[in-house]
Design a binder for this molecule. Structure first.
Ligand SMILES: CC(C)(COP(=O)(O)OP(=O)(O)OC[C@H]1O[C@@H](n2cnc3c(N)ncnc32)[C@H](O)[C@@H]1OP(=O)(O)O)[C@@H](O)C(=O)NCCC(=O)NCCS
Length: 163
C-alpha cells in the first residue's frame, strides 16, 4: 500500500520518537565519531528542536499506511541572507528525514522529499539544504541524485571518547 503523505502539527510530536530513534541508531552505526548519547537524551533534545522548528514557521510531513507511521520529514525555515552562499531571503532545511526500517528502498523517502519541495514551493521557497552525517553514504547518494551539492563538512572532538 502506498503511504499517504500529509502535514502534521505539533500535537503529533510524540508519535515521531520511535522513528527518530531508528535514525539515531542508524547514525550510531555509520558514524566514525563516537560515542553517541542514550535514547532518552537523544529524543529529549530532538523533540525540543522540533518545538523550535514549529515556533520558527517550519513544518512536518508524515507518511502513513494502514500499519501506522512509515516515515517523516521535519523542515526548518531560515531567514537569509546567508553569509557565504547567495541563498534566497527565506530557505528551507530538511532537519530530519527518516523512513521506517521495514519500508526503506521503496520510494517513501523520495515521496517525502517531493512533498517537502511542493510545500516549500507553495510558500514561495526554492532554496534548500540537508545535513547528512559523514558515513551515511546511502542517504547522501539520494540527495545528490536530486541535485543537491555538498557544501560544508564539520569535524568533531568528543571529549567523552577519551575518558
Ligand atoms: C535515507 C532514507 C530516508 C531514504 O528513504 P527511502 O524510502 O529508503 O529511499 P527511496 O526508496 O525513496 O530511495 C532509495 C535511495 O535512498 C537511499 N537510501 C538510503 N538508505 C537506504 C536504505 N536503507 N535502503 C534503501 N535505500 C536507501 C539510496 O540512495 C537509495 O538509492 P540507491 O538505489 O542509490 O541505493 C531512508 O532510507 C532512511 O530512513 N534511512 C535511515 C535514516 C537516514 O539515513 N536518514 C537520512 C538522514 S540524513
Amino acid at each position: 500500500m502506498t503511504p499517504r503523505i500529509a502535514l502534521a502539527g505539533p500535537e503529533r510530536l510524540d508519535e515521531l520518537g520511535p522513528l527518530w530513534l531508528q535514525l539515531h541508531h542508524h547514525h550510531a552505526r555509520v558514524s566514525r565519531v563516537q560515542p553517541f548519547v542514550d535514547d532518552e537524551t537523544s529524543w529529549t533534545a530532538r523533540r525540543r528542536s522540533y518545538v523550535e522548528t514549529f515556533d520558527g514557521g517550519g513544518f512536518a510531513l508524515v507518511a502513513e499506511d494502514h500499519r501506522g507511521l512509515v516515515g517523516y520529514a521535519m523542515v526548518r525555515i531560515h531567514e537569509g541572507p546567508d553569509d557565504s552562499w547567495a541563498l534566497a531571503d527565506r530557505y528551507g532545511e530538511v532537519w530530519t528525514l527518516v523512513v521506517h526500517e521495514r519500508a526503506r528502498g521503496c520510494g517513501v523517502g523520495s515521496a517525502l522529499l517531493d512533498a517537502v519541495d511542493a510545500e516549500l514551493e507553495a510558500r514561495g521557497i526554492t532554496d534548500l539544504l540537508i545535513g547528512v552525517m559523514e558515513g551515511n553514504d546511502d542517504a547522501r547518494r539520494l540527495y545528490e541524485r536530486r541535485g543537491l551539492v555538498p557544501g560544508w563538512r564539520q569535524l568533531y572532538r568528543v571529549a567523552a571518547a577519551s575518558r
